[in-house]
Design a protein around this ligand. Structure first.
Ligand SMILES: NC(=O)c1ccc[n+]([C@@H]2O[C@H](COP(=O)([O-])OP(=O)(O)OC[C@H]3O[C@@H](n4cnc5c(N)ncnc54)[C@H](OP(=O)(O)O)[C@@H]3O)[C@@H](O)[C@H]2O)c1
Length: 237
């Protein structure tokens, strides 16, 4: 897929991995629609990205405002070529065992991590199918595959997102739309610091190390499937 002139939605792009993906896409000429709830960080991200590309920034919660996010992008740019479902909810910190997991909090984790990405996918798919091309990237985690004590709420939401990705890929096999689940690997971000309060995570990679994998998924057009970001980055060297 030629990247210039393409349009990407990236959720959770005010900081962490989402912002790094947005910077990498902006540098390649994609136009962007970015979203996060906190206005201040989002506005700083918008200012930085606007130096490189056209960008719309919407302060919203993806579990409540998916339609507005997609419609604003379509009204401005007329198309969405890439959807990166990156925004995610960790749940309570410190993370409770499933035995004691508060139901309302788990419902919120599933709304943000599973239902909102599927909803956004449903909203962008008609245009992608009509053009016979498009890319859906769902950011997952090794916690969606491995069973780590305390990570069961978040991890099971990522497992659901992975299964949704696999099923969508099968359903869209001949449509030209590719669907990926990507494990970005451990990163030193606000989310990870909330997951392990009090632990020094300064040795973990910066999220910028994973961003080139997200460029490769769009540009190099590997088959739909599950990818590990660091493996993709290593293959690029
Ligand atoms: N960090 C790791 O080690 C690691 C490992 C494996 C997978 N991941 C995955 O990588 C992705 C990025 O995580 P990160 O570590 O970069 O997290 P982060 O630094 O905490 O960034 C999360 C971003 O999502 C936004 N966000 C959260 N909930 C939202 C909502 N309901 N609606 C709209 N925006 C929302 C946040 O902004 P607001 O809070 O202002 O809304 C922020 O922009 C996530 O899918 C995460 O599960 C991370």
């Amino acid at each position: 897929m030629e990247l210039t002139e393409r349009v990407a939605i990236i959720t959770g792009a005010s900081r962490g991995l989402g912002f790094e993906i947005a910077k990498a896409y902006a540098a390649r000429g994609l136009r962007l629609i970015i979203a996060a709830r906190g206005e201040e960080a989002l506005s700083s991200a918008e200012t930085e990205l606007a130096k490189e590309t056209e960008v719309i920034a919407l302060a919203l919660d993806i579990s409540q405002d998916a339609e507005r996010l997609v419609q604003t992008g379509l009204d401005r740019f007329g198309r969405i070529d890439v959807l990166v479902n990156n925004a995610s909810e960790l749940g309570p910190s410190p993370m409770p065992a499933l035995e004691a997991y508060p139901w309302e909090e788990l419902e919120r984790v599933y709304r943000v991590n599973v239902l909102a990405p599927l909803h956004l996918t449903q909203l962008v798919l008609p245009g992608m199918k009509e053009r016979g091309e498009g890319v859906i990237i769902n950011v997952s985690s090794d916690a969606g595959v491995e069973a780590y004590p305390g990570w069961g709420g978040y991890g099971s939401s990522k497992a659901a997102l992975e299964h949704i990705s696999r099923t969508l890929a099968a359903e869209l096999e001949d449509s030209g739309v590719r669907v990926y689940a990507v494990d970005p690997g451990d990163m030193n971000t606000e989310m990870h610091r909330s997951a392990e309060p009090g632990v020094d995570l300064s040795d973990l990679p910066d999220p910028s190390a994973s961003a080139p994998a997200f460029v490769s998924l769009v540009e190099d057009e590997p088959a739909s499937g599950r990818y590990q970001a660091q493996e993709l980055v290593a293959a690029l060297r």
